[in-house]
Design a protein around this ligand. Structure first.
Ligand SMILES: C[S@@+](CC[C@H](N)C(=O)[O-])C[C@H]1O[C@@H](n2cnc3c(N)ncnc32)[C@H](O)[C@@H]1O
Length: 281
C-alpha cells in the first residue's frame, strides 16, 4: 500500500508516540495534528517542521497542554503554559459532586484554593453561577487565571486572590461567609516517582508539598474551617493513599460527615480521581 505524504507522517508520529510510552498516543497525535493541519493537509516544509517539533517534544514527555498552549476541562478551553499546572480530568469529579449534591446559586460564594489556571473554580462558576474566588500564590498561575476569566467573560463573578493558603489571615474578611471551599493542592510527597510529565516537566511547586505531602492538605482544612459558614462544605482532592490523613485534618478542625469519594468516570491511566468531603459544624 502506498501512503500519501500526510498519512506517512501521521503513521510515523503515531509509532514514535507509542514507543515513547504515552498512555494515549492516538489522542495526542490528534490534538497535535489539529494544531497544525486543521486548515488542510498541505505539507509545506514549515508546517511539517513545526508538527515534527511538537511530536518530538511530546515523545520527550513535555505535557500535551504545554505543547498546545491549552487544556480542555469540562467543555471549556483554558490557556495553560510551561509555568503552570495543566488541569487534570480527575478534578472534574469534585465539580460533578457539587452539581449533584449542592444547590448553589448566584447568591452562593465558593473559594477555589490553589486554583492554578482556574479550572475547578471556573467550572463551578459555569455550572452554578456562584461568586467564585480563585486563590493562588504563584504569579504565573494568576496571569493565566486572569486571562481565562476574561476569555470566559466571568470577570463579574469570578475574582483572583493572591494569597498563600498557609497564611489563613489573608482570608479574614470572608470568615464564616463562604458556602463551598474546594482545593486541589500540591499533595505529592517529596521524592515520589511520577510520570515525567508531572515529575520532571511541571513546576515542582504545583505538584509536591513538603512534610510527606500533607502540608497543603492541612492548610486547606484550616482555611476552610475559617472561611465556611455553618453547614458549608469543603472538598479536597488528594492521592489514593492519603484518605486517612485528610480525614484526620478535617476532624481536627471540627468538620462533620467526612467521607471519601472515588469517581471512576474521571479516573484514567494517569491516576484515580479521589477526594474527601466534609461539612462545617
Ligand atoms: C496541583 S495545582 C492545582 C491547580 C488547579 N486547582 C487545578 O486543579 O488545575 C496546585 C496549585 O497550587 C498553587 N499553590 C502551591 N502552594 C500554594 C500555597 N501555599 N498557597 C496558594 N497556592 C499554592 C500552585 O501555584 C498551583 O497552581
Amino acid at each position: 500500500m502506498i501512503l500519501c505524504a500526510f498519512e506517512h507522517h501521521q503513521s510515523l508520529a503515531l509509532r514514535e508516540l507509542s514507543e515513547a510510552g504515552l498512555w494515549d498516543p492516538q489522542g495526542d497525535l490528534q490534538a497535535i495534528t489539529d494544531k497544525h493541519f486543521k486548515g488542510g493537509r498541505a505539507l509545506d516544509p514549515q508546517r511539517l517542521e513545526a508538527f515534527r517539533d511538537d511530536i518530538a517534544e511530546r515523545c520527550a514527555r513535555i505535557p500535551l497542554g504545554h505543547i498546545l498552549g491549552y487544556a480542555d476541562f469540562g467543555g471549556r478551553r483554558l490557556l495553560v503554559g510551561s509555568g503552570t499546572f495543566v488541569p487534570r480530568r480527575q478534578s472534574l469529579a469534585m465539580v460533578r459532586w457539587i452539581e449533584l449534591n449542592l444547590a448553589l446559586t448566584c447568591a452562593s460564594t465558593v473559594y477555589d484554593l490553589c486554583a492554578g489556571v482556574g479550572a475547578i473554580g471556573l467550572a463551578i462558576w459555569a455550572a452554578t453561577a456562584a461568586r467564585t474566588v480563585c486563590v493562588d500564590n504563584d504569579s504565573t498561575a494568576r496571569t493565566y487565571l486572569q486571562r481565562n476569566i476574561r476569555r470566559l467573560d466571568a470577570q463579574r463573578e469570578v475574582s483572583v486572590l493572591a494569597a498563600d493558603i498557609t497564611r489563613p489571615e489573608a482570608f479574614a474578611t470572608a470568615r464564616g461567609r463562604v458556602d463551598v471551599v474546594v482545593s486541589n493542592p500540591p499533595y505529592v510527597p517529596p521524592g515520589t516517582e511520577l510520570l515525567p510529565e508531572w515529575g520532571e516537566h511541571h513546576p515542582p511547586g504545583t505538584i509536591y508539598a513538603r512534610r510527606q505531602g500533607a502540608e497543603l492538605i492541612v492548610a486547606s482544612a484550616v482555611c476552610a474551617a475559617g472561611l465556611l459558614r455553618a453547614g458549608g462544605v469543603v472538598l479536597i482532592e488528594h492521592g489514593e493513599t492519603q484518605s486517612r490523613e485528610v480525614a484526620a485534618a478535617l476532624e481536627r478542625h471540627g468538620f462533620q460527615a467526612i467521607h471519601h469519594c472515588r469517581d471512576d468516570d474521571f479516573s484514567d491511566a494517569t491516576g484515580a480521581s479521589v477526594f474527601t468531603v466534609g461539612r462545617a459544624p
